[in-house]
Design a protein around this ligand. Structure first.
Ligand SMILES: CC[C@@H](C(=O)O)C(=O)SCCNC(=O)CCNC(=O)[C@H](O)C(C)(C)COP(=O)(O)OP(=O)(O)OC[C@H]1O[C@@H](n2cnc3c(N)ncnc32)[C@H](O)[C@@H]1OP(=O)(O)O
Ligand SMILES: [Co+2]
Length: 134
């Protein structure tokens, strides 16, 4: 069902500081910030040879990462994103197995302009899972 790891996401309290850490301290290539109000986050992507790291900063009062950062104010690993071929087929199979799809259950357009869905961390070993159709 799962394809490649598309990205690993880290929630951060300050995107400029996090970008400087990856760009200046670790020498990585980091994309320009992208505000995504429909997701309640601003993101940058760290480009790596085999995958990407997504750095997430809260955007707006109802950001889904606000509670996470209250518990971990310095930031922390937030989710892992797997690529899938057919997101609706995967969703239906997971729901039939008892997994909880977050939100209204319908894919949203993610940071790469592709359909994405999130799965409840309590159903996947304490890890929030994002699926992205590629
Ligand atoms: C940029 C767009 C897109 C992309 O294309 O890449 C993105 O990545 S957007 C990223 C941000 N969006 C989301 O995270 C959407 C999905 N998230 C949610 O719906 C919610 O955040 C949540 C996962 C359902 C949690 O919300 P909520 O229930 O309101 O928070 P609680 O704090 O009450 O958490 C309940 C429970 O779950 C644990 N938890 C919460 N977040 C995580 C996490 N990221 N990883 C692991 N566990 C998590 C939390 O600790 C609570 O546990 P208990 O304390 O044991 O009850
Ligand atoms: Co993501």
């Amino acid at each position: 069902m799962l394809g490649k790891v598309n990205h690993i996401a880290i929630a951060v309290p300050d995107l400029a500081t996090a970008t400087a850490t990856y760009r200046d301290t670790l020498g990585a290539t980091v994309s320009a910030p992208q505000a995504l109000p429909e997701h309640g986050v601003t993101v940058v992507f760290v480009e790596l040879p085999n995958t990407k790291v997504e750095l997430l900063e809260p955007l707006g009062a109802a950001s889904p990462i606000a509670a996470f950062l209250e518990k971990s104010p310095a930031g922390g690993m937030h989710h892992i994103c797997y690529e899938v071929d057919d997101i609706l087929a995967v969703r239906d199979r997971l729901v039939a197995s008892g997994a909880r799809v977050l939100g209204d259950g319908n894919p949203k357009t993610g940071a790469h302009g592709k359909p994405v869905l999130f799965l409840h961390p309590k159903d996947f070993l304490g890890t929030l899972v994002e699926l992205e159709e590629v």
